[in-house]
Design a binder for this molecule. Structure first.
Ligand code: DX5
Ligand code: ZN
Length: 218
């Protein structure tokens, strides 16, 4: 049985890359549960962020689980380069790859396998994959950059996923990613989300520990 306690996962996309190690230590002492790593390839999304070398560097500055979000095409070709440092790897349904095979490869490596869907993808598209993932990552902004406004139209998708989970056949986390702050976190958790990815709201907060505690207790 997966624990349903709320997990707060600051996204390093919003961190000061010139001081990444110190930023990871800051998030760790601020009480973050996971560290979310937004990998972008400039092809699946119109932005390039970082690759395995940065995730490896992050792993040397925190013992928190690293939640790798691959916003890349052909994620199957890169899994092995992230697996040594990651506790979970999420891949996009919309990306070019064999989704079931990629998810199975992540699971066989002993990691949590995540299926991510962008805002334009109807929630019904993930039904055939129920049972094949441990995390359903519902993007609440369009993938590609941080600092965007939360898309409230995503709330029914979270509720539908939570309904499928409530049927008891499938166990999985519901993760939301993008525009998450205390207000949007409340809506998301009430709809059924239990993993909150927050970049701007945590890294830009006057006190990250206060923000993380607020998010966890919505
Ligand atoms: C979008 C990114 C963002 C990021 C969080 O591709 O995945 O969602 O993690 O960004 P904020 O919290 O700044 O909206
Ligand atoms: Zn992400």
């Amino acid at each position: 049985m997966l624990s349903r306690k709320t997990i707060v996962a600051p996204s390093i996309l919003a961190s000061d890359f010139s001081r990444l190690g110190a930023e990871m230590e800051r998030m760790t002492s601020a009480g973050a549960d996971w560290i979310h790593c937004d990998v972008m390839d400039g092809h699946f999304v119109d932005n390039i962020s970082f690759g395995p070398a940065i995730v490896e560097a992050v792993s040397r500055y925190t013992t928190l689980p690293l939640d790798v979000h691959l916003m890349i095409d052909h994620p199957d070709r890169y899994l092995e380069r992230f697996m040594p440092f990651a506790s979970s790897i999420s891949v996009h349904l919309e990306a070019a790859h064999d989704v079931s095979k990629t998810l199975a490869t992540v699971r066989e490596a002993g990691l949590l396998a995540g299926l991510a869907i962008s805002p334009q993808t109807p929630i019904e598209k993930i039904e055939p994959f129920l049972g094949a993932f441990d995390i359903l990552l519902i993007m609440t902004v369009h993938p590609g950059r941080g600092g965007q406004a939360f898309l409230p139209d995503m709330l029914p998708k979270i509720a539908q996923a939570a309904f499928w989970r409530s049927q008891g056949t499938y166990e999985f986390h519901i993760e939301v990613d993008g525009g998450i702050n205390a207000l949007t976190a409340l809506d998301s958790v009430q709809a059924g989300a239990n993993i909150l990815v927050a970049g701007t709201s945590v890294f830009r907060a006057p006190d990250a520990a206060v923000e993380i505690k607020q998010l966890r207790e919505v």
